[in-house]
Design a protein around this ligand. Structure first.
Ligand code: GDP
Length: 436
């Protein structure tokens, strides 16, 4: 519970072993006792006390640790509500922490990222932002702009001094420097998106090439962290797997398996569809057979796409070779594997890491943008930089230039939540789960 009256509510339902006045209880302490209803013990609990302003929300807070179990927890929750507490909205604790100024919006958003993280890299990126690293970087950039803004204000307030040329040079230098920093952040989103959403991967190939064998091989690597959820279209299921730290989102894998069961196999048409919105296509061929017309159509699908060619079943007699000229035309990544015997699968992962430059993400040093809202604001700020440059080139009066610069500041301020509207705040926090 959080808020002004939370200790009052607590008093009505919690009987500590050692009675103390709330004034005498220190923040960050834990008391042992019982949750009571009409003199009946509901559960034996520990209650943690946090006193304003030193708490998650900066308000008075308490946490009841019960033995758990749905019935008991529900009972305790009911008792709290009956005695004056209100049910928190999704994300309300974090929202209060933001509204009360303990954390900024970028930090609050990273709380969701950390909670929802599906792999370790994502947790790491989230925690970095939770610690305020993005906010600090934004603050540095904003200060750089503000330093120049001061001079502009002088030029506006005292037009009799001819400071225009000096200021223009200063503004342009500042814009270059700020743009460079923002572009670096913007670029980091390429990887941020992968960290967060996984590499959307499609496995295609003609019937019997070994698609489902490969899929099973990949899934077997880390059964435990496979999450299955409905894809955007009916019938497609996306599975999130994390292999050697490489997050893959396998699309329409259910289709592959389903097609098997139903005898009817996935045709070229379906393969095209699956491949359409993939970040990566894995095209698999049966190396123990000569290339068929259908195989050639599969090759056409991957033309000009990020794709890896797998020559499968190399445990059998090879009818096609890695070196065959035809493959080079379609991809530089050609790997021989045996899905059945687990040969060459490591090479496949290495190739994926290389293709997506995942080796280069160093989360210990680099700040990675993972949130699309942040990315869009950064892109918008870069656009404003270009507009500002143009306004200087077009010899606009300095007060107009100043308006453009303020736009840049506003975009950056929106990331940390200085200027955001209530709608945006509500939308952001609605993505939280209850009780966070
Ligand atoms: P799909 O139709 O593309 O999903 O192909 P499957 O994965 O169902 O494989 C078709 C057949 O080829 C199955 O009988 C597999 O056991 C077999 N197969 C798959 N990979 C290999 C391999 O690496 N070596 C051998 N010898 N057989 C394989």
């Amino acid at each position: 519970m959080s808020g002004k009256n939370c200790f009052e509510v607590l008093n009505k339902i919690f009987k500590p072993k050692k009675q103390e006045n709330i004034e005498d209880i220190k923040g960050y302490s834990i008391k042992y006792g019982h949750i009571i209803e009409n003199d009946m013990i509901i559960d034996e609990v520990l209650v943690s006390y946090f006193k304003a302003p030193k708490s998650y929300t900066t308000e008075d807070m308490c946490e009841i640790n019960s033995h758990g179990g749905n019935i008991v927890m529900k009972k305790i929750l009911e008792l709290c509500l009956k005695n004056g507490a209100e049910l928190a909205e999704p994300g309300e604790f974090t929202k209060r922490a933001f509204l009360n100024g303990r954390i900024d919006l970028a930090q609050a958003e990273s709380v969701i990222d950390v909670i929802n993280a599906k792999n370790e890299k994502e947790v790491k990126a989230g925690v970095k932002q939770l610690e305020g690293e993005l906010s600090q970087e934004i603050a540095v950039i904003k200060q750089e702009i503000l330093d120049v803004m001061v001079n502009i204000e002088v030029a506006i307030d005292y037009p009799e001094y001819d400071v225009d040329d000096v200021t223009n040079k200063q503004i342009l230098d500042m814009l270059d420097s700020v743009e460079e920093k923002l572009k670096k952040l913007e670029k980091s989103f390429d990887n941020g998106k992968i960290i967060k959403e996984g590499i959307k991967t499609a496995i295609i190939g003609r019937p019997n090439a070994g698609k489902s064998s490969l899929l099973n091989r990949i899934l077997k690597e880390d059964r435990a962290i496979v999450t299955e959820y409905e894809g955007t279209t009916r019938d497609t299921i996306e599975e999130f797997v994390n292999i050697n730290g490489i997050p893959l989102k396998l699309i329409d894998t259910a289709g592959i398996r389903k097609a098997k069961d139903e005898v009817e196999k996935i045709g070229i048409h379906k393969s095209k569809e699956i491949a359409k919105d993939a970040d990566l296509i894995i095209a698999i061929f049966d190396a123990s057979k000569k290339l068929s017309e259908e195989d050639k159509e599969i090759l056409e699908i991957i033309k000009n796409k990020k794709a890896i060619i797998l020559l499968n079943k190399i445990d059998l007699n090879k009818e096609i070779q890695k070196e065959d000229k035809i493959f080079r035309k379609y991809s530089d990544s050609i790997i021989e594997i045996s899905a059945l015997n687990n040969i060459g699968i490591d090479k496949l992962y290495e190739e994926i890491t290389k293709l997506f430059e995942l080796n280069e993400i160093n989360l210990d040093n680099d700040l990675v943008i993972t949130n699309v809202r942040h990315k869009n604001l950064i892109t918008k700020a870069i656009e404003e930089i270009n507009k500002t440059r143009k306004s200087i080139k077009d010899k606009m009066p300095i007060d107009i230039v100043a308006i453009y610069i303020k736009e840049i500041l506003e975009d950056l301020g929106n990331i940390t939540g200085e200027f955001v509207t209530e709608d945006i705040i509500n939308e952001i926090f609605s993505k939280f789960c209850l009780g966070k």
